[in-house]
Design a protein around this ligand. Structure first.
Ligand SMILES: [Fe+2]
Ligand SMILES: [Fe+2]
Length: 244
């Protein structure tokens, strides 16, 4: 980065220990022990801004996480899903749910991402939007031919044709299908497809500035610094490499 601010922990090598949830159960070596053994007066564990990542502004907005933290493929998937929903004239809450449905996959965690994402955004969006994001995960596995939704071919490839979702997913899908907000979440699954490159122009998060202004309560202090029940989750995305 070519700004003039200094980086934290200057003058020492800053070591990054992978998050436990990212390595447990894998055959990766136990980096934690290995890296911690290196700590001495010249080596510290990383705390604070990482120069390998773009600096976040002092008061981050939702758009900053899209532009500065998300992995490009998930960002594109979210933007294109939302753009399709918008082009079809869907109401704001559907478009916003499409825009945010996989937000944690893009820069926090994939496992149970519908639940994580719903919790992350709940303080800032209409309850129906967070609900739709939560239940899209279970509804993805659950066909509803009446509205033209089939079990995704992609899931057969990704998980094997014999994969059966666990009981909590089935239970949550059944619950969601009886709920008054069902179609909001179902529409997220209908737009939850990989469109590849057939849009006339690339989609940017700024295309949704007006929609976000109408429907996402950006906190004055910035996401991560507003003392909301999920501020710590936004901070983890700002500093994904902090040791603690
Ligand atoms: Fe998803
Ligand atoms: Fe998705």
């Amino acid at each position: 980065m070519n700004d003039n601010k200094t980086w934290p922990q200057a003058g020492r090598e800053r070591l990054i220990v992978p998050q436990p949830v990212g390595t447990v159960g894998t055959d990766l070596p136990d980096y934690r022990a290995e890296i911690m053994a290196k700590v001495d007066e010249k080596h510290v564990l990383m705390m604070g801004d990482n120069p390998a990542l773009p600096r976040m502004p002092d008061k981050p907005r939702l758009q900053d996480f899209f532009n500065l933290r998300m992995n490009p493929s998930t960002r594109k998937h979210l933007l294109e899903s939302a753009r399709r929903a918008m082009d079809d004239g869907r109401e704001d809450k559907v478009v916003l749910a499409c825009l945010l449905h996989d937000i944690t996959n893009a820069c926090l965690i994939r496992t149970d991402h519908g639940y994580w994402a719903a919790q992350l955004i709940a303080p800032y969006v209409d309850a129906e939007v967070a609900w739709a994001v939560k239940y899209h995960q279970a509804l993805r596995y659950t066909p509803d031919p009446a509205v033209g939704y089939e079990y995704p071919e992609l899931y057969r490839e990704l998980f094997g044709a014999d994969y059966e979702p666990p009981a909590y997913i089935k239970k949550d899908a059944e619950y969601a299908m009886q709920h008054e907000w069902y179609m909001t979440s179902r529409l997220v699954t209908i737009y939850d497809i990989y469109f590849f490159d057939d849009l006339d122009k690339p989609v940017a998060i700024e295309d949704f500035d007006d929609l976000i202004a109408r429907n996402f309560r950006q906190p004055e202090a910035g996401l991560g610094y507003d003392d909301s029940p999920t501020a710590h989750m936004w901070r983890t995305m700002i500093w994904p490499n902090n040791f603690l």
